[in-house]
Design a protein around this ligand. Sequence first.
Ligand code: IPE
Ligand code: IPE
Ligand code: MG
Length: 217
Amino acid sequence: MIPSHIGFIMDGNGRWAAERRLPRHEGYSYGLDALKRVLGRCAARGVDVVSVYAFSTENIRRPDEEINAIFDVVRKFNLSYDGSMRVLYMGDIDALPEEVARSVEYIESKTASNKSMTLNIALNYGARDDIVAAAKHAYDHGAFTLEAFESGLASAALPPLDLIVRTGGEKRLSNFMLYEAAYSELVFLDKYWPDMTESDVDVIIDEFEKRNRKFGR
Ligand code: IPE
Ligand code: IPE
Ligand code: MG
């Protein structure tokens, strides 16, 4: 079966640039090109939702130059996207510079009624914050059930996260969709994110299809 929802931890952009003697922050615009290739292939293969980790709550500790480069890429994408995907964001968008937050609002409303694949971008996102918000949501509703909790997660309206792929060689989740990862299949690739191609998506989907998902049974 094709995974309905894939999460990509798009890691390795800085190292990709450094290997080419480019400043680290130049890796992000090449990373955007890779994202477009990956999304195109995911859509062609029938994936319903792709969640991507673009900026974690911890990434705010990076040098300003790097943070600004990431936000520039995000804005450029938001203001120029003209395709058929529905684009959503999750994370603390209000805490971002105003022009970034406005570009997020712009693309979300522009693509709201699009019906092809959904792209869910984790920006200024941390799963621990999301889990605390879901707990608060359950508390506010006076219902301490799994349903009340899960309806407060940023991913509440999305299908289960079938597969998480991390590029860049590290084998950790770095605060990405921790609750949703409970039964996700995990794939770790050594290649850096800007090197991702359409055929890598096919390799990932083939790998997923070989997995025996048991859900405890
Ligand atoms: C991941 O790429 C993307 C963001 C953190 C925005 P990195 O910038 O972490 O690249 P590496 O891991 O240092 O190579
Ligand atoms: C995770 O990568 C965040 C994103 C890909 C946006 P990091 O590079 O921030 O993760 P660590 O620091 O290696 O765990
Ligand atoms: Mg990294």
